[in-house]
Design a protein around this ligand. Structure first.
Ligand code: MG
Length: 291
C-alpha cells in the first residue's frame, strides 16, 4: 500500500494512493477517522488489515500532497557517508570536518534533522540566502519504523520496518562545515522534502534492487542501487537502537550516493529557480524548486 497525507479545503487527512492510478488519492477517513499517518502506523496491527480490505473509498478532488508525516514525532535520524563513492567525493571536497577523510567509516555516522525541516514532496526549498550560499541536495531512501524497540538485532530489524519513503537531505554545506557538528547545516526550514508516499514494506520485496537517483533541472546527478549502502538497513537499526528506543513513526534517512553538488570541481550549488528531483524505484519521485 501507498499512503499519503493530503490537504484539501483546510483539512489534512490520510489517504490511499489508488491501486490502479498513482495520481489518484482515496480518502481513508471511513477507515482511520481523523488520525494522522503517525497514529495510523502506531495502530497498524488493527488498521492495516482494515485499510487493505476497504472498498468504495471516495476519490479526493485536487488534493495537495503534504509530507507523509508533516510533523514527525521527533527529529529525523540521518546517516552520513554511507555510499563508498560519496565518501570519496565528500573527503576530496574539503567540506568533511573536523576529521577530513576519504576513508570509509568503520561505524555509521548518525546525525539528525529537525522536525521543522520537513516539507512536502512538491513544495519549495527555501534558499535561506542570509544563512547559506552553498546549498546542496542529497537523494535518500528513508526507512519508517513500525514496531518500536531497543536492542534490536540484525535478524529482527526488518520486522520493525513499517515502510519507506524518499527524503532529500538538503544541506547548507558552508553551515555544515563551519559548525563542525551537522545539525544546523542539515536542519534549515524546508530542507527535508519528503514523500510523495509512505510505501508499506510488503510492496518492496527486494530493498537492494531499488535505485536511488536525482536530477537538477533535468540533468542526471546521482544514481546508485540501495545495495551499495555501506551500512545496510538492518545494521542501521541495530546500531541506532542499541541503547536508544526506536519509536513507531521514526524516520531514518539512510545516506546519499555520489553525485551531490560538492562532488563537482568546482562545486555546483543550488540557486533560486533550480528544480531538484529525487526518485527511487517503486517509491515515486519528489520534485522541489529552490526559491
Ligand atoms: Mg544525507
Amino acid at each position: 500500500m501507498k499512503l499519503v497525507t493530503f490537504a484539501v479545503g483546510g483539512r489534512e487527512a490520510v489517504g490511499l494512493v489508488a491501486p490502479d492510478d498513482e495520481a489518484g488519492v482515496l480518502d481513508l477517513a471511513p477507515v482511520v477517522g481523523e488520525r494522522s499517518l503517525l497514529e495510523v502506523i502506531e495502530n497498524w496491527d488493527r488498521l492495516g488489515p482494515r485499510i487493505a480490505e476497504a472498498r468504495d473509498l471516495r476519490r479526493v478532488e485536487r488534493p495537495t500532497l503534504r509530507a507523509p508525516m508533516p510533523t514527525p514525532r521527533r527529529d529525523l535520524f540521518a546517516v552520513g557517508k554511507n555510499y563508498r563513492e560519496h565518501v570519496a567525493e565528500f573527503g576530496r571536497s574539503g567540506y568533511d570536518t573536523p576529521q577530513r577523510s576519504e576513508d570509509v567509516p568503520d561505524k555509521p555516522i548518525v546525525f539528525s534533522k529537525a522536525t521543522t525541516s520537513v516539507t512536502g514532496p512538491y513544495d519549495d526549498i527555501e534558499a535561506h540566502r542570509s544563512v547559506t550560499s552553498e546549498l546542496d541536495y542529497e537523494a535518500e531512501l528513508a526507512v519508517i519504523i513500525g514496531r518500536g524497540g531497543r536492542g534490536i538485532s540484525r535478524d529482527e530489524a526488518m520486522r520493525h520496518v513499517w515502510g519507506y519513503t524518499i527524503v532529500d537531505d538538503v544541506t547548507a554545506r558552508d553551515v555544515q562545515r563551519d559548525h563542525k557538528q551537522w545539525l544546523l547545516g542539515k536542519s534549515l526550514d524546508t530542507h527535508a522534502p519528503m514523500g510523495p508516499w509512505a510505501v508499506t514494506a510488503d510492496e518492496i520485496p527486494d530493498l537492494d534492487a531499488l535505485e536511488v537517483s536525482s536530477t537538477v533541472n533535468g540533468e542526471p546527478r546521482q544514481k546508485a542501487p540501495v545495495a551499495d549502502l555501506i551500512f545496510d538497513v538492518p545494521e542501521l537499526i541495530r546500531v541506532i537502537s542499541a541503547g536508544m528506543t526506536l519509536l513507531p513513526g521514526d524516520v531514518i534517512a539512510t545516506g546519499t550516493p555520489a553525485g551531490v553538488g560538492i562532488g563537482f570541481d568546482p562545486p555546483r550549488f543550488l540557486g533560486p529557480g533550480d528544480v531538484v528531483e529525487c526518485a527511487i524505484t517503486g517509491l515515486g519521485a519528489i520534485r522541489n524548486t529552490v526559491r
